[in-house]
Design a protein around this ligand. Structure first.
Ligand SMILES: *Cc1c(COP(=O)(O)O)cnc(C)c1O
Length: 382
């Protein structure tokens, strides 16, 4: 039986042609040709003025927070449920992450939990568009504005999602994206920082190129900063992918629709939501099982793996990770973030790479139903 991967890109002749062209021709004075086209196309798609291609989304978050002036003594609020890349750059800058609870429906940062987590030291908040779903940005922004807190939207998982036709990545002072191989579009590794703010844009260009002003005196650095540039061949790959973004997002939505159909009449299986007015690009199809099944995510993943199906665990709360064991407030977050701790043990990400077909979706769904049925008959017997 063929093993079903959890993620995977769609690469066509177009990508291969652009990459080959970049490798053959784009050096010296042509070196930025694909960056310029990729950044322009990307900014237009998201609906913002400026886009800066960088080596990863982690780098984009680092740059965004640095440009906003986050430093030692500051606190930055993040949802407890996310990939560590959302929070790690806060520590790179000597500031402290504060882990706030998620909303039970969207699985994204809860506005009321965000408000409770604010202190005198809070400098920024990094809401995450989890698995393609969107938090309540109108509430988050209102709270952030009233406390003069900067908003960095971690849209790594949500390229193509929208709320009332405004695209993911356009809701904060800065938005960031990932082009890791598992994401909706890929450059192998890579990321993008977007903003409408010309001052942040200028500061980002300065900080990402060893603290020098683009185009000014050569080898003249005003500050010690970072080196965060994307390579030309990656930018070529990225341009080909963003030119196909409508097709890629449509594919994600199709894969989700197949799963939704398969699970429509299965009780106790909750999939990603798409609230009214939102468009979810469904980066990761995610199933949260009712705790009554008594099946922890690790058990389900192991059972699927035996049947040649890869899956991933719903993120563990950051406050539960050894990496943050000594972070002030992590122990309290473990007690207070009840929604994060209630949902996380029972959630798995299902295979939803670009190579998924309806037949494969059916095989995954049938296997899960089998696992659940085995479990519920075992429960009855006991
Ligand atoms: C993938 C991801 C990132 C990090 O992306 P990289 O490009 O691997 O640095 C950040 N935040 C979230 C929510 C992600 O899913």
């Amino acid at each position: 039986m063929e093993r079903i991967a959890v993620a995977g890109p769609s690469i066509t002749e177009k990508e291969v042609a652009y990459v080959a062209d970049a490798a053959a021709r784009c050096w010296g004075s042509n070196a930025n040709e694909y960056h310029d086209r990729f950044e322009r196309a990307f900014a237009d798609y998201v609906g913002v003025n400026h886009a800066v291609a960088v080596p990863s989304c982690t780098a984009a978050i680092h740059l965004a927070l640095a440009a906003l002036g986050v430093g030692p003594g500051d606190e930055v609020i993040v949802p407890d449920i996310t990939w560590i890349a959302t929070a790690a750059p806060i520590r790179y800058l000597g500031a402290q992450p504060v882990f706030a609870d998620i909303d039970p429906e969207t699985w994204c940062l809860s506005p009321s939990a965000f408000e409770r987590a604010i202190s005198r030291r809070t400098k920024a908040v990094v809401p995450v568009d989890l698995y393609g779903g969107m938090p309540d940005f109108s509430a988050l922004r209102e709270i952030a504005e009233s406390h003069q807190i900067a908003v960095v939207e971690d849209a790594a998982e949500a390229l193509g999602s929208a709320v009332h036709h405004a695209r993911a990545g356009s809701f904060g002072d800065v938005g960031v994206f990932s082009f890791h191989g598992s994401k909706t579009m890929t450059t192998g590794e890579g990321g993008m920082l977007v903003t409408r703010n010309p001052d942040i844009f200028r500061r980002v260009l300065f900080l990402r190129d060893h603290g020098r002003v683009p185009g000014e005196k050569m080898f003249w650095n005003d500050e010690v900063a970072y080196k965060y540039r994307m390579s030309t061949v990656q930018a070529a790959l990225g341009l080909a992918q963003i030119e196909r973004i409508a097709e890629l997002v449509a594919r994600k939505r199709q894969i989700f629709a197949w799963y939704a159909e398969e699970f429509a009449d299965v009780p106790g299986v909750t999939l990603n939501v798409e609230p009214k007015g939102c468009e979810n690009s469904y980066w990761m199809v995610t199933a949260v099982l009712d705790s009554a099944y008594g099946l922890k995510k690790e058990q389900v993943m192991a059972a699927l793996a035996l049947r040649q199906i890869d899956s991933r665990p719903f993120f563990y709360p950051l406050s539960s990770l050894p990496a943050f064991a000594t972070t002030p407030g992590a122990a309290r977050a473990q007690l207070e973030n009840v929604v994060s701790y209630r949902i996380s043990p029972w959630g798995i990400n299902l295979p939803c790479g670009m190579q998924m077909t309806q037949t494969k979706v059916r095989r995954v769904a049938d296997t899960i139903k089998e696992i659940l049925a085995v479990r519920s008959s075992a429960c009855k017997a006991a």
